[in-house]
Design a protein. Structure first.
Length: 318
């Protein structure tokens, strides 16, 4: 789908991207994460053919986006972190104007505009001026403008910035639906818990280089050899660690007031024996399951490992 090869981009006195290569598969939602200044927005602008790389290529299917930027823009949508809307236009007018800018024939513009509004669930706002919309609805309108021409590739830079929790949940549903329709999506955000709700892959950047790029399914969100034990918080247990160790055969890695992480062989019969022993000990068990690591845990661990590597030396003209 999207192929980035050996991408290098320099700002005066600073290398923003250093030999970045990656492939985004069709229908995936990739979370683009990294510290401030890692090169996330620069990568998006290069993929959108808004900046010219020092070297390297970006291909959207068989199309070189920098050799054919107008053709590339017909196949992609891009919503930057800071976007503008025509506040005096109604939602319908704004969408129809964008349809015209995308080259949609006049006879089809109203249908295309209303279809995009329906997809983003803002049909009831078609007659309302953009300037009167809430932040969440403005975000939906901006995404509707970015996808009304049915792009195969969509980039969103901090799409949930400033949204309330319910608006973020709604945005997650919208992105999952777009991916289900076959759209490939790249989302940059610092809100890792939100990205975890809908992303299929994660792409980590640090100092302009790729730290990791993999499906979340293989990133270790489930830890096979560690079990999380949670107790009924309404029935506190004194000295939980001591009670667990007294069972025998249990290695306690960490322990709180009503929860603990223990080591366990992933074999189902071994897990069943351990579960039976915990219940027989009279502990008020609420859950017994493999430990799950959040996207934030994975991100912090990967970034710490990357920080501890020897720094890359760039050799250039003296």
């Amino acid at each position: 789908m999207l192929h980035v090869e050996n991408l290098i981009f320099d700002y005066p006195g600073h290398r923003a991207l250093n030999n970045v290569s990656l492939v985004l598969e069709r229908g995936t939602i990739t979370a683009l994460v990294g510290p401030n200044g890692a090169g996330k927005s620069t990568l998006m602008r290069l993929c959108a053919a808004l900046d010219q790389p020092f070297s390297g290529t970006v291909r959207l299917d068989d199309l070189d986006v920098h050799a054919n930027p107008r053709a590339a823009h017909r196949r992609m949508g891009f919503l930057p972190d800071f976007f503008g809307l025509y506040d005096e236009l109604t939602v319908r007018q704004g969408l129809m104007y964008r349809a015209a800018a995308q080259g949609v024939p006049r006879a089809q513009r109203r249908t295309v505009a209303e279809g995009a509004a329906e997809r983003l669930e803002i049909t009831d706002r078609l007659g309302q001026k953009a300037g009167t919309l809430s932040r969440g609805l403005r975000q939906r309108l901006a995404i509707a403008q970015a996808v009304l021409h049915e792009p195969t590739f969509l980039m969103l830079d901090e799409p949930a910035s400033g949204l309330d929790p319910s608006a973020r949940i709604g945005l997650s549903g919208v992105l999952r639906n777009l991916a289900r329709d076959g759209m490939t999506i790249l989302v940059s955000s610092h809100i890792l818990a939100e990205l975890e709700d809908y992303s299929t892959h994660i792409l980590m950047l640090r100092q302009g280089q790729v730290v990791d790029h993999a499906p979340l399914a293989v990133m270790g969100t489930v830890t096979e050899r560690r079990v999380e034990i949670r107790l009924d918080f309404a029935r506190p247990v004194a000295e939980l660690r001591k009670r667990l160790l007294a069972i025998g055969g249990i290695e306690v890695l960490s322990c709180g007031v009503d929860d603990a992480i223990v080591m366990s062989d992933p074999d189902p019969s071994t897990r069943a024996t351990m579960l039976a022993a915990v219940l027989a000990a009279g502990l008020p068990l609420a859950s017994f399951a493999p430990e799950r690591r959040s996207l934030q845990d994975i991100y912090l661990a990967r970034m710490k490992a990357a920080t501890e590597r020897p720094p890359l030396r760039l050799v250039g003209p003296q």
